[in-house]
Design a protein around this ligand. Structure first.
Ligand SMILES: Cc1cc2nc3c(=O)[nH]c(=O)nc-3n(C[C@H](O)[C@H](O)[C@H](O)COP(=O)(O)OP(=O)(O)OC[C@H]3O[C@@H](n4cnc5c(N)ncnc54)[C@H](O)[C@@H]3O)c2cc1C
Length: 444
C-alpha cells in the first residue's frame, strides 16, 4: 500500500479564488470521465469536468490507444464466428456516435475476439457533442493539484489554471483521472502494479500510404502479428517488443501501430507517476517508435512507401495507481469468469499484460466475468468515487478490465451512484451495488 501525506484542510485554501460550487465534479476527461460527466448532467445535476489537456478522450486520444476493446465476446475462432456484443449502455452510445461520424471501423479480428478502430479527430468531436449536449461545464488546460477536505470528506479540489490557482467545491467528486489523483491526494490507500512494477507504457503512432491489399495479403486478417513477424522481430535487437498489433483505420492507406515497449534508456522499468521517469518515457518513445517504423518499411510488404504520420500526443500509460476499494477485482475472478449480482460491466477481454518482451494474453473463451460496483468505492473517505482504470483490481485483473468499453460503463455507474448518493444523502460505501445494476438496466 502506498500512502500520501495528509492533505491540508479546507481552511488552508480559504484565500484561493473560487470557481464556484457544483453538484458533481468529474476529474479527467478520458473514456470514463466523458461517460460520467454526460450521464451525471443528463440526470439534472450541475457538472464540472476538469481536464489538464485541451480535449477529451484521455489515453484513447492523447495516447492514440486507438480501438474500442472489450465490446465483444471472446470465442475459439473468430474467423468462423460473428461478433457478439456483450456490453451496451454508454459504450454502445459512443460506438454508435463514432460510427455515425465515420470514425469507427467494422469489427476487426484481434486474437480470439474483435476490436473496432476509432479515429482520434472524430472521437474529439463526438465527445464534445455529448458533453455540450448534456450541458456539462468544462475547464480545459486545468490541472487538479490538491484536494480540500473536511474530516474524511472531500469537499472540493484545488486547480491550477493559466490564471493561477482556483478552488472548486463539489457535493460529490468522480475521480476519473486514471491515476486516482484525488483519492491519492486525500491520503487514502492505493496500490501500484505488481509490488510497484507497472505494465510497460507504449508510444502509439500512425503511418500512411500503406498498400493495404499487399499488407493484408502478407499479415492476414488478425490484427495481432503472425508468427513470421515475431521471428523477424526477434532478430532485431533494437526493438524491445516482439509481439505487436497493427490496425488499419477508417482512413485510406492508414495503419495505427501498437508496437513499442517503453523502458528507460538503460532498460529499467519506469514508474510514470515519477516525473523524471515519465519524461524519460516520452524521450525513449521517440526512438523506439522510429525504429519500429524503419522495421515496417524494410520488412513488411505494403509498407515500403509508407510515411510516418505522427506520434501520439503523449506516451500511452496503461497502469498507475489502483484504489483500495470496498471490493477488489481479483485475478481469480477474471480467470474463473466469476459472475456477481452487483455487476456494472461484463468483460470477456483477455488478460493483456504488457510485461517483458512479449505481452502475455490469457483468453477467456466463450465466457465473461462481472466487475462489481464496489470496486469503484474507496474503503475510506466520503463524497468520492472513482471511474475508469484506477478502480480497485489486482495487477493481472487490471490488465483485462482497464479497456475502454468497460471504462465507459464504469463512468456511467459512478454517475448513477453519485446521483443516488446526493438524492438520498447516503455515502458511497452504503450504496448497494444491486441497486446500481438495476438503475443501469433501466437507463440503458
Ligand atoms: C498504449 C495503449 C494502448 C491501448 N490500447 C487500447 C485499445 O486498443 N483499446 C482499448 O479499449 N483500450 C486500450 N488501452 C486502454 C485505454 O486507453 C485506457 O485504459 C483508458 O483510456 C482508460 O480510461 P480512463 O478514463 O480511466 O483514463 P484515461 O484515459 O487515462 O483518462 C484520464 C484523463 O484524466 C486527465 N487527468 C489526469 N489527472 C488529472 C489531473 N490531476 N487534473 C486534470 N486532469 C487530469 C488526463 O489528462 C486524462 O485525459 C490502451 C492503453 C494504452 C496506454
Amino acid at each position: 500500500m502506498q500512502t500520501y501525506q495528509p492533505t491540508l484542510g479546507s481552511e488552508s485554501y480559504r484565500d484561493v479564488p473560487t470557481f464556484g460550487g457544483f453538484d458533481i465534479v468529474v476529474l479527467g476527461g478520458g473514456p470514463a470521465g466523458i461517460a460520467a460527466a454526460t450521464t451525471a448532467a443528463e440526470s439534472g445535476h450541475s457538472v464540472l469536468l476538469i481536464e489538464r489537456l485541451g480535449f477529451c478522450g484521455g489515453a484513447a486520444v492523447s495516447g492514440m490507444s486507438g480501438t474500442i476493446c472489450g465490446l465483444y465476446m471472446t470465442v475459439a475462432d473468430p474467423s468462423v464466428a460473428q461478433p457478439q456484443q456483450i456490453i451496451f449502455g454508454f459504450a454502445e452510445r459512443m460506438r454508435q456516435a463514432l460510427e455515425a461520424e465515420g470514425g469507427l471501423t467494422a469489427p476487426q479480428i484481434y486474437g480470439k475476439t474483435w476490436v473496432t478502430t476509432h479515429d482520434c479527430a472524430k472521437y474529439k468531436k463526438v465527445a464534445t457533442d455529448l458533453l455540450r449536449g448534456a450541458g456539462v461545464q468544462i475547464l480545459y488546460h486545468t490541472e487538479m493539484v490538491d484536494v480540500i477536505t473536511e474530516g474524511d470528506a472531500l469537499v472540493g479540489l484545488v486547480l491550477h489554471t493559466r490564471s493561477g490557482f482556483a478552488r472548486v467545491l463539489g457535493k460529490r467528486v468522480i475521480d476519473a483521472s486514471g491515476d486516482a489523483d484525488a483519492v491519492f491526494r486525500m491520503g487514502l490507500a492505493t496500490t501500484k502494479g505488481n509490488n510497484g512494477i507497472i505494465q510497460n507504457p507504449s508510444m502509439m503512432f500512425k503511418i500512411g500510404n500503406v498498400d493495404l491489399p499487399r499488407y493484408l495479403e502478407y499479415w492476414g486478417d488478425n490484427t495481432i502479428c503472425p508468427p513470421k513477424v515475431v521471428e523477424k522481430l526477434e532478430q532485431r535487437d533494437e526493438l524491445l517488443r516482439k509481439k505487436v498489433w497493427l490496425f488499419p483505420t477508417v482512413n485510406p492507406g492508414e495503419i495505427l501501430v501498437n508496437g513499442t515497449k517503453i523502458t528507460g534508456f538503460d532498460g529499467r522499468d519506469l514508474d510514470v507517476t515519477d516525473p523524471v521517469d515519465h519524461s524519460e518515457a516520452e524521450q525513449f518513445s521517440i526512438y523506439q517508435a522510429r525504429a519500429f517504423f524503419d522495421f515496417l518499411k524494410e520488412e513488411i510488404p505494403g509498407c515500403e512507401n509508407a510515411y510516418f504520420i505522427d506520434y501520439a500526443q503523449e506516451v500511452g500509460v496503461r497502469q498507475t495507481r489502483s484504489i483500495d476499494g470496498v471490493k477488489r477485482l481479483m485475478n481469480d475472478d477474471v480467470v474463473k469468469a466469476r459472475k456477481t449480482n452487483d455487476s456494472i460491466a461484463k468483460s470477456s477481454w483477455p488478460i493483456e499484460l504488457h510485461y517483458g518482451a512479449k505481452p502475455k494474453t490469457e483468453w477467456l473463451v466463450d465466457d465473461y466475468y462481472d466487475v462489481p460496483f464496489a470496486t469503484l468505492v474507496p474503503k475510506q473517505g466520503r463524497n468520492v468515487i472513482v471511474a475508469g482504470r484506477c478502480l480497485s483490481a489486482e495487477h493481472e485483473a487490471l490488465a483485462s478490465c482497464r479497456v475502454t468499453a468497460q471504462c465507459f460503463e464504469y463512468g456511467r455507474a459512478a454517475a448513477i451512484a453519485a446521483d443516488l448518493s446526493i438524492r438520498e444523502g447516503i455515502d458511497f460505501q452504503d450504496i448497494d451495488g444491486v441497486q446500481i445494476l438495476e438503475l443501469m438496466k433501466t437507463t440503458e
